[in-house]
Design a protein around this ligand. Structure first.
Ligand code: T5A
Length: 209
Protein backbone atom coordinates (compact mmCIF):
# COMPACT_ATOMS: atom_id res chain seq x y z
CA UNK A 1 0.00 0.00 0.00
CA UNK A 2 1.29 3.52 -0.72
CA UNK A 3 1.83 5.98 2.11
CA UNK A 4 -1.22 7.75 3.47
CA UNK A 5 -1.76 10.54 5.96
CA UNK A 6 -4.81 9.88 8.11
CA UNK A 7 -5.64 12.56 10.65
CA UNK A 8 -7.85 12.37 13.75
CA UNK A 9 -9.57 15.62 14.73
CA UNK A 10 -12.09 16.90 17.24
CA UNK A 11 -12.72 18.88 20.42
CA UNK A 12 -11.06 18.15 23.77
CA UNK A 13 -11.90 14.70 25.11
CA UNK A 14 -13.62 13.52 21.90
CA UNK A 15 -11.59 10.29 22.11
CA UNK A 16 -9.01 10.86 19.32
CA UNK A 17 -6.07 9.38 21.17
CA UNK A 18 -8.07 6.31 22.23
CA UNK A 19 -9.36 5.72 18.71
CA UNK A 20 -6.02 6.39 17.03
CA UNK A 21 -4.40 3.67 19.15
CA UNK A 22 -7.22 1.20 18.48
CA UNK A 23 -6.96 1.94 14.75
CA UNK A 24 -3.20 1.43 14.85
CA UNK A 25 -3.58 -2.02 16.44
CA UNK A 26 -6.30 -3.01 13.99
CA UNK A 27 -4.27 -1.95 10.95
CA UNK A 28 -1.15 -3.67 12.30
CA UNK A 29 -3.12 -6.87 12.70
CA UNK A 30 -4.67 -6.58 9.26
CA UNK A 31 -1.52 -5.60 7.35
CA UNK A 32 1.43 -7.17 9.14
CA UNK A 33 3.96 -6.12 6.45
CA UNK A 34 2.78 -2.52 6.24
CA UNK A 35 4.74 0.29 7.94
CA UNK A 36 2.36 2.18 10.22
CA UNK A 37 3.28 5.17 12.34
CA UNK A 38 1.41 7.13 14.99
CA UNK A 39 2.25 10.75 15.60
CA UNK A 40 0.69 13.93 17.00
CA UNK A 41 0.66 17.71 16.93
CA UNK A 42 1.96 19.46 18.81
CA UNK A 43 4.96 17.63 20.19
CA UNK A 44 6.19 14.74 18.08
CA UNK A 45 9.66 16.14 17.35
CA UNK A 46 12.30 17.34 19.80
CA UNK A 47 11.56 20.95 18.88
CA UNK A 48 7.82 20.21 18.97
CA UNK A 49 8.01 18.77 22.46
CA UNK A 50 9.51 22.01 23.74
CA UNK A 51 6.81 24.00 21.92
CA UNK A 52 4.10 21.72 23.34
CA UNK A 53 5.30 22.40 26.86
CA UNK A 54 5.28 26.15 26.19
CA UNK A 55 1.81 25.99 24.62
CA UNK A 56 0.00 23.77 27.10
CA UNK A 57 1.72 24.41 30.42
CA UNK A 58 -0.19 26.23 33.13
CA UNK A 59 3.05 27.64 34.53
CA UNK A 60 3.22 30.66 32.19
CA UNK A 61 3.14 33.81 34.31
CA UNK A 62 1.84 35.89 31.40
CA UNK A 63 -0.95 34.99 28.97
CA UNK A 64 0.10 33.69 25.55
CA UNK A 65 -1.41 36.06 23.01
CA UNK A 66 -3.45 34.47 20.19
CA UNK A 67 -1.02 35.51 17.43
CA UNK A 68 1.92 34.04 19.36
CA UNK A 69 -0.07 30.84 19.96
CA UNK A 70 -0.83 30.54 16.25
CA UNK A 71 2.83 30.97 15.29
CA UNK A 72 4.00 28.38 17.82
CA UNK A 73 1.56 25.78 16.44
CA UNK A 74 2.74 26.64 12.93
CA UNK A 75 6.38 26.19 13.97
CA UNK A 76 5.60 22.77 15.44
CA UNK A 77 3.84 21.78 12.21
CA UNK A 78 6.63 22.98 9.93
CA UNK A 79 9.15 20.85 11.83
CA UNK A 80 6.78 17.87 12.04
CA UNK A 81 6.06 17.86 8.30
CA UNK A 82 9.75 17.92 7.35
CA UNK A 83 11.08 15.61 10.06
CA UNK A 84 8.28 13.02 10.32
CA UNK A 85 5.42 13.23 7.80
CA UNK A 86 7.24 13.67 4.49
CA UNK A 87 9.92 11.02 5.21
CA UNK A 88 7.19 8.64 6.38
CA UNK A 89 5.07 9.09 3.28
CA UNK A 90 8.16 8.78 1.07
CA UNK A 91 8.70 5.29 2.50
CA UNK A 92 5.05 4.24 1.98
CA UNK A 93 4.10 4.45 5.63
CA UNK A 94 0.50 4.78 6.77
CA UNK A 95 0.62 7.68 9.21
CA UNK A 96 -2.04 8.13 11.87
CA UNK A 97 -1.74 11.70 13.10
CA UNK A 98 -3.44 13.15 16.18
CA UNK A 99 -4.43 16.68 14.99
CA UNK A 100 -3.19 18.63 11.96
CA UNK A 101 -4.13 21.78 10.01
CA UNK A 102 -7.87 21.66 10.82
CA UNK A 103 -7.03 22.03 14.53
CA UNK A 104 -5.48 25.41 13.80
CA UNK A 105 -8.52 26.56 11.83
CA UNK A 106 -10.90 25.31 14.54
CA UNK A 107 -8.95 26.52 17.62
CA UNK A 108 -7.06 29.62 16.49
CA UNK A 109 -9.53 30.58 13.74
CA UNK A 110 -12.97 29.87 15.22
CA UNK A 111 -11.84 29.66 18.86
CA UNK A 112 -9.51 32.68 19.03
CA UNK A 113 -11.08 34.57 16.12
CA UNK A 114 -7.82 35.04 14.22
CA UNK A 115 -8.12 35.84 10.49
CA UNK A 116 -8.74 32.78 8.34
CA UNK A 117 -6.65 34.11 5.45
CA UNK A 118 -3.54 34.28 7.66
CA UNK A 119 -4.18 30.80 9.09
CA UNK A 120 -4.60 29.34 5.61
CA UNK A 121 -1.34 30.96 4.49
CA UNK A 122 0.52 29.71 7.55
CA UNK A 123 -0.89 26.20 7.13
CA UNK A 124 0.21 26.19 3.51
CA UNK A 125 3.67 27.51 4.40
CA UNK A 126 4.18 25.07 7.29
CA UNK A 127 2.96 22.01 5.37
CA UNK A 128 4.40 22.86 1.96
CA UNK A 129 0.94 21.96 0.68
CA UNK A 130 0.77 18.51 2.30
CA UNK A 131 -2.89 17.72 2.99
CA UNK A 132 -4.31 14.69 4.76
CA UNK A 133 -5.60 11.87 2.57
CA UNK A 134 -8.42 11.45 5.03
CA UNK A 135 -9.45 13.24 8.20
CA UNK A 136 -11.62 11.47 10.72
CA UNK A 137 -13.62 13.98 12.71
CA UNK A 138 -14.85 12.69 16.05
CA UNK A 139 -17.98 14.75 16.50
CA UNK A 140 -19.33 15.18 20.02
CA UNK A 141 -20.91 18.01 22.02
CA UNK A 142 -18.38 19.69 24.28
CA UNK A 143 -20.80 19.34 27.19
CA UNK A 144 -20.23 15.58 26.89
CA UNK A 145 -16.54 15.56 25.99
CA UNK A 146 -15.08 18.11 28.44
CA UNK A 147 -16.14 16.13 31.54
CA UNK A 148 -14.18 13.16 30.10
CA UNK A 149 -10.95 15.20 30.18
CA UNK A 150 -11.70 16.33 33.73
CA UNK A 151 -11.85 12.71 34.88
CA UNK A 152 -8.07 12.71 34.37
CA UNK A 153 -7.76 15.14 37.26
CA UNK A 154 -5.48 17.58 35.40
CA UNK A 155 -6.20 19.92 32.54
CA UNK A 156 -3.87 21.95 30.31
CA UNK A 157 -3.96 25.64 29.36
CA UNK A 158 -6.32 25.20 26.42
CA UNK A 159 -8.64 22.72 28.15
CA UNK A 160 -9.12 25.40 30.83
CA UNK A 161 -10.55 27.91 28.34
CA UNK A 162 -14.21 28.76 28.89
CA UNK A 163 -17.13 26.77 27.47
CA UNK A 164 -17.89 29.44 24.84
CA UNK A 165 -14.38 28.96 23.39
CA UNK A 166 -14.85 25.18 23.12
CA UNK A 167 -18.27 25.66 21.51
CA UNK A 168 -16.74 27.93 18.86
CA UNK A 169 -14.11 25.23 18.20
CA UNK A 170 -16.86 22.63 17.83
CA UNK A 171 -18.73 24.92 15.43
CA UNK A 172 -15.47 25.34 13.49
CA UNK A 173 -15.17 21.58 12.94
CA UNK A 174 -18.77 21.50 11.77
CA UNK A 175 -18.09 24.20 9.21
CA UNK A 176 -14.91 22.47 8.03
CA UNK A 177 -16.69 19.15 7.57
CA UNK A 178 -19.32 20.86 5.42
CA UNK A 179 -16.69 22.68 3.38
CA UNK A 180 -14.47 19.63 2.72
CA UNK A 181 -16.76 16.57 2.60
CA UNK A 182 -14.39 14.66 0.27
CA UNK A 183 -11.59 14.81 2.87
CA UNK A 184 -13.29 15.07 6.28
CA UNK A 185 -15.44 12.15 7.41
CA UNK A 186 -17.62 12.48 10.50
CA UNK A 187 -18.08 9.83 13.14
CA UNK A 188 -20.47 10.01 16.08
CA UNK A 189 -18.05 10.15 19.02
CA UNK A 190 -20.76 10.20 21.69
CA UNK A 191 -21.13 6.42 21.41
CA UNK A 192 -19.07 3.87 23.34
CA UNK A 193 -15.46 3.19 22.29
CA UNK A 194 -16.24 0.03 20.30
CA UNK A 195 -19.07 1.67 18.38
CA UNK A 196 -16.84 4.63 17.50
CA UNK A 197 -14.07 2.28 16.37
CA UNK A 198 -16.59 0.39 14.20
CA UNK A 199 -17.48 3.61 12.35
CA UNK A 200 -13.79 4.44 11.82
CA UNK A 201 -13.02 0.99 10.40
CA UNK A 202 -15.95 1.28 8.00
CA UNK A 203 -14.66 4.65 6.76
CA UNK A 204 -11.12 3.34 6.33
CA UNK A 205 -12.38 0.30 4.48
CA UNK A 206 -14.40 2.48 2.15
CA UNK A 207 -11.82 5.18 1.47
CA UNK A 208 -8.31 3.88 2.15
CA UNK A 209 -8.07 0.11 2.23
N1 T5A B 1 -4.21 22.77 19.35
C1 T5A B 1 -3.54 21.83 18.63
C2 T5A B 1 -4.47 24.04 18.83
O1 T5A B 1 -5.04 24.89 19.51
N2 T5A B 1 -4.05 24.30 17.56
C3 T5A B 1 -3.39 23.40 16.78
O2 T5A B 1 -3.02 23.71 15.63
C4 T5A B 1 -3.12 22.10 17.34
C5 T5A B 1 -2.38 21.09 16.51
C6 T5A B 1 -3.35 19.59 22.15
C7 T5A B 1 -3.98 20.94 22.36
O3 T5A B 1 -3.51 21.85 21.39
C8 T5A B 1 -4.59 22.46 20.74
C9 T5A B 1 -5.73 21.50 20.86
C10 T5A B 1 -5.49 20.87 22.21
O4 T5A B 1 -6.06 21.72 23.17
P1 T5A B 1 -3.57 17.40 23.54
O5 T5A B 1 -3.10 16.97 24.87
O6 T5A B 1 -3.00 16.71 22.35
O7 T5A B 1 -3.39 18.94 23.36
O8 T5A B 1 -5.13 17.40 23.70
P2 T5A B 1 -6.21 16.70 22.91
O9 T5A B 1 -5.76 16.55 21.51
O10 T5A B 1 -7.48 17.43 23.13
O11 T5A B 1 -6.25 15.27 23.57
P3 T5A B 1 -7.04 14.73 24.79
O12 T5A B 1 -6.23 13.59 25.32
O13 T5A B 1 -7.43 15.77 25.76
O14 T5A B 1 -8.36 14.21 24.19
P4 T5A B 1 -8.64 13.05 23.17
O15 T5A B 1 -7.41 12.52 22.58
O16 T5A B 1 -9.70 13.54 22.26
O17 T5A B 1 -9.36 11.96 24.07
P5 T5A B 1 -8.81 10.62 24.74
O18 T5A B 1 -8.83 9.55 23.76
O19 T5A B 1 -7.55 10.94 25.47
O20 T5A B 1 -9.99 10.39 25.74
C11 T5A B 1 -10.27 11.27 26.81
C12 T5A B 1 -10.95 10.48 27.94
O21 T5A B 1 -12.20 10.02 27.47
C13 T5A B 1 -12.28 8.58 27.57
C14 T5A B 1 -10.85 8.10 27.62
O22 T5A B 1 -10.74 6.87 28.29
C15 T5A B 1 -10.17 9.22 28.37
O23 T5A B 1 -10.33 9.07 29.75
N3 T5A B 1 -12.99 8.13 26.37
C16 T5A B 1 -14.28 7.80 26.35
N4 T5A B 1 -15.20 7.77 27.33
C17 T5A B 1 -16.46 7.39 26.96
N5 T5A B 1 -16.81 7.03 25.69
C18 T5A B 1 -15.89 7.01 24.69
N6 T5A B 1 -16.28 6.69 23.44
C19 T5A B 1 -14.58 7.43 25.01
N7 T5A B 1 -13.44 7.57 24.27
C20 T5A B 1 -12.49 8.02 25.11
Amino acid sequence: MVGKLIVFEGVEGCGKTTQLQKTYLWLQDKFSNQKILTTREPGDTELGLGLRQLLLSLKNQQPIYPAAELLLYAADRAQHVQEVLLPGLATDTIILCDRYTDSTIAYQGYGRDLPRAIIDQLNLFATNGLESDLTIWLDIDVELSLPRTRLRGTSDRIEQADLAFHKRVQHGYNQLAQAFPHRIKRVDASLDEQAVQGQIRAILQQHII
